[in-house]
Design a protein around this ligand. Structure first.
Ligand code: GRF
Length: 197
């Protein structure tokens, strides 16, 4: 059974997609053992608790400096003894020591078709604003392994989504989540849990 530690910062719809996929058998041989958020007010924490999943907030605001936060954050991750760490809408840059320690065992969902609209500053709605500003006709989402760079790790899965003439960043974000993110993130976890990759 693959033990998952899911890191979240916001609403948690990607976390919910993983929970639902495990409940419905779309994901097999995996269980969420821990949910960690950097944001105490994240609705994702409520989603976890509603599903009896251990959930904790480790906020940078509670630590005198970044090094102390990184240490505390890594300690919570280590205590969960995860086989796979899933960044599901997690907006914190991971400490290098954690990337090294869990090399090849951390995946992230990004709401664009990497290498488009990714890297520093490209997160949340900003990604969709940039896609609309550039006038692309197709966008989508990407699941990739996490390395020292921002959105630079090896790609696992991608799914394309059409951009429609009247799209706003919010409308496009919702379509990318529904048609791409909530599909490929559970798929990638299932592939890893069943040694398909
Ligand atoms: C998602 O679009 C994800 O790709 C991005 O942040 C958003 C988080 O959404 N990194 P949620 O918290 O999973 O609803």
């Amino acid at each position: 059974m693959l033990k998952l530690c899911v890191c979240v910062s916001g609403g948690g719809t990607n976390l919910q997609a993983i929970i639902d996929a495990i409940d419905t058998g779309k994901i097999t041989n995996a269980q969420i053992v821990q949910v960690i958020s950097n944001n105490k007010g994240a609705f994702a924490l409520e989603r976890a608790r509603k599903n009896n999943i251990d959930a904790v907030a480790v906020s940078p605001k509670d630590y005198a400096d970044r090094a102390l936060f990184n240490e505390a954050f890594l300690k919570h991750v280590d205590e969960a003894e995860p086989d796979l760490i899933v960044l599901a809408g997690f907006l914190v840059v991971l400490p290098p020591m954690m990337i090294k320690k869990y090399e090849g065992r951390i995946i992230n969902i990004h709401p664009a078709l990497i290498p488009s609209f990714c890297g520093k500053g490209y997160y949340g709605l900003k990604v969709h604003e940039a896609a609309l500003a550039r006038g692309v006709k197709v966008t989508g989402a990407t699941v990739h392994y996490v390395d020292e760079g921002t959105d630079t790790g090896p790609i696992i899965l991608q799914k394309a989504v059409e951009v429609l003439p009247d799209d706003t960043p919010e409308i496009l974000q919702k379509r990318v989540m529904e048609q791409a993110e909530w599909v490929i993130l559970p798929q990638a976890i299932n592939m890893i849990a069943n040694s398909k990759i």
